[in-house]
Design a protein around this ligand. Structure first.
Ligand SMILES: O=C(O)CCC(=O)C(=O)O
Ligand SMILES: [Fe+2]
Length: 276
């Protein structure tokens, strides 16, 4: 993650629960200074106006998000867009299933393993995000973080601002490419693969103009037990790097990071919470 004390949007969506109401999820968002969400890795470069951790952080609106298609509860989709949003949701679900199969092969798992293991689609959701223009003092859209789920698909407009942290600690812009979808792996895949595959650390830096993105979270059922698979541990003589946990428990801890931001950055819960 970018820094151990960063500013982020207090009320940005974080879990399927928060998205089950039909209103902008962060319509009254204010920028607050609080610990970031990712791993304590120091990037070499920071965008010039980023005020993560700064005492100067002004209370300005940074972003809003709407849940278009939640698995539970109502949606915020206007009736006129219902059909196209639902079609989009169906296609993204198909894409998730396909990418999951590709992952299954890349991870050399028994055929169909991930399809069976992650067969319940009721925790997936699609969100629409709107980022307000950066101000002179502040340009943080979303602080550095890793997604806690399985796979995330991001469809962004042409404005840019999404950045990924590489192994050298440099932030690399995920430049908008028309017609493309960005695929992020999340913490669940990192744990299952015992760190062979990594969840991408990413953030959004706001630009001087509005930015919009659609984010589809291909999740896993909340009751699922997540732990490193034998193919990445016992079968190859490697120790598990994580203890097992129930997915919902991790989601709730991540949510608590937001509702009750810990005073000390080291107390923010990341996937390392389960590291052995
Ligand atoms: O808006 C984006 O490009 C990324 C959003 C994101 O990282 C998230 O919602 O977790
Ligand atoms: Fe993310």
């Amino acid at each position: 993650m970018a820094s151990s004390a960063s500013s982020t949007t207090a009320c940005r969506h974080t879990s399927w629960r928060a998205r089950s109401s039909c209103r902008p999820l962060s319509s009254r968002c204010r920028t607050t200074t609080r610990p970031g969400l990712g791993r304590p890795r120091a990037p070499k470069h920071r965008s010039p106006r980023a005020t993560r951790g700064s005492r100067r952080t002004r209370r300005t609106r940074t972003s809003t998000s709407w849940c278009l298609v939640p698995s539970l509860g109502s949606t915020c989709t206007p009736p006129s867009h219902q059909d196209s949003v639902e079609e989009c949701y169906t296609k993204l679900t198909e894409l998730g299933l396909l990418v999951q199969e590709v992952l299954n092969e890349c991870m050399d798992l028994p055929p169909g393993f991930l399809t069976d293991y992650n067969s319940d689609r009721s925790f997936d959701f699609l969100a629409a995000l709107r980022y307000f223009p950066a101000t002179e003092e502040e340009d943080n859209g979303i602080s550095a973080h890793e997604d806690g789920n399985c796979i995330t698909f991001v469809i962004q407009d042409g404005v840019g601002g999404l950045e990924v942290l590489n192994d050298d600690g440099d932030w690399v812009p995920a430049e908008p490419v028309e017609g493309s979808i960005i695929v992020n792996l999340g913490d669940v895949i990192q744990v299952l693969s015992n760190n062979k595959l990594k969840s991408a650390t990413h953030r959004v830096v706001r630009k001087p103009v509005h930015r919009h993105s659609f984010v589809f979270f291909f999740n896993i059922h909340g009751a699922k037990w997540i732990e490193p698979l034998p193919e990445f541990t016992a079968k190859i003589g490697e120790a598990a790097r994580y203890r097992g946990f129930v997915y919902n428990e991790y989601m709730q801890l991540r949510m608590r990071n937001k509702t009750h931001p810990p005073a000390r950055p080291e107390d923010v819960v990341h996937i390392t919470h389960y590291a052995i």
